[in-house]
Ligand binder design. Structure first.
Ligand code: ADP
Ligand code: MN
Ligand code: MN
Ligand code: MN
Length: 359
């Protein structure tokens, strides 16, 4: 860390002196939105301390020409609050506000995938769709090299790193731990975390979440991770194949069930859903993230991108039916196709419309 660029990372001890100061009845609200590149951006404003619901919060705006979300001559993009979380960075009573992007003419912004997703979730709410997402990601240094990889060389082949414990097997566990805590504090339904197959790669799971809550919670968890890693001077990559060669890619496995699938005899509903998904395979792939063809090769625990396949406990398929689900005859299935950089609103929406029909 003699690199001078790291001098600009957080000095937590010093910051803590100020975080304790009284806010005199005011709170800080950090508005977060999804940008044109599938990353989060945020800005802060002061509000009066109160019990807020998302619909009571002020609509705000930002300069969309600076984020490639609007042209310079009509640059205002509106931020419509849709969910509120306790702020794990500033602490209570401060809040984080997840917002949708809307154009000045009252149409959803091009990169607002939440709006259509929510309509679909509302239309099919009676099925009580549950999602659980496994977000894989890679820690990079400021030169975009996976953290802990030897300069100018490669680590030993994959094997010891998955769920690994110990120096030379995993790196940056502090970030993983801090992110886990931040999620729990904010009420994110983070269900677990583990070190992944490629060194410097990790995963966390969020879910089960009902309907639109899935996309909201995963975007918030992504924002938290980027924000925590910023404190440590580390970059987070969600590229689906961060390192070419004999290294696992990164996905966002999507576990899915409906009320019918979770009940006695649910297997018939799972099989019917898979039959409906099959003809929509390429349509789904279009929604499942950029550069996913580099990952879905049929190797490294993936199914090939041009085939729709499924199997019990088979990690080389598009869809895996967990062993437990097959044994019980009901439960959920895992769509292994989505890439780590996929937008959860797009993924959960196309799953629903493929299975139940477009609106
Ligand atoms: P894997 O064995 O593929 O690594 P993980 O344990 O990482 O699986 O993730 C499983 C995910 O499935 C979790 O996010 C969990 O919340 C979710 N899940 C569990 N049961 C259901 C269900 N009935 N419907 C949808 N998702 C579920
Ligand atoms: Mn997993
Ligand atoms: Mn995994
Ligand atoms: Mn999985």
């Amino acid at each position: 860390m003699s690199d001078s660029r790291y001098a600009f990372t957080s000095k937590t001890e010093t910051l803590n002196k100020y975080l304790k100061l009284d806010q005199k009845g005011m709170i800080m609200a950090e508005y977060v939105w999804v940008d044109a590149n599938g990353e989060t951006r945020s800005k802060s404003r002061t509000l009066k301390e109160a019990e807020y619901k998302a619909e009571d919060l002020p609509v705000w705006n930002f300069d969309g020409s600076s984020t490639e979300q609007a042209p310079g001559d009509n640059s205002d993009v509106y931020l419509r609050p849709c969910a509120i979380y306790p702020d794990p960075f500033r602490g209570s009573p401060n809040i984080i506000v997840l917002a949708e992007c809307w154009n000045a003419d009252g149409t959803p912004n091009k990169y607002n995938y939440r709006h259509e997703c929510e309509k679909v979730m509302e239309a099919y709410a009676d099925h009580e769709p549950w999602f659980g997402l496994e977000q894989e990601y890679t820690f990079l240094d400021l030169d975009d090299r996976p953290f802990g990889w030897p300069a100018g060389g490669f680590p030993a082949p994959q094997g010891p790193y998955y769920c690994g414990v110990g120096a030379s097997k995993v790196v940056m566990r502090d970030i993983v731990e801090a992110h886990y805590k931040a999620c729990l504090f904010a009420g994110i339904k983070i269900s677990g975390t583990n070190a992944e197959v490629m060194p410097a790669q990790w995963e966390y799971q969020v879910g089960p979440c009902d309907g639109i809550e899935m996309g909201d919670q995963l975007w918030m968890a992504r924002f938290f991770l980027a924000r925590v890693a910023e404190d440590f001077g580390v970059k987070v990559s969600v590229h689906p194949k961060p390192m070419k060669g004999p290294w696992n890619g990164a996905g966002m496995h999507t576990n899915f069930s409906t009320k019918e699938m979770r009940a006695e005899g649910g297997m018939a509903h799972i099989e019917a859903a898979l039959k409906n998904l099959e003809p929509h395979h390429m349509e789904c792939i279009k929604e499942y993230g950029e550069d996913n063809e580099q990952r879905l090769t049929g190797g490294y625990e993936t199914g090939a991108i041009d085939q729709f396949t499924w199997g019990v406990a088979n990690r080389g398929c598009s869809i895996r039916i967990p062993r437990e689900t097959a044994a019980k005859g009901f439960g959920y299935f895992e769509d292994r196709r989505p890439a780590s950089n996929a937008d959860p609103y797009r993924v959960t929406k196309i799953l629903m419309t493929s299975i139940f029909g477009k609106l």
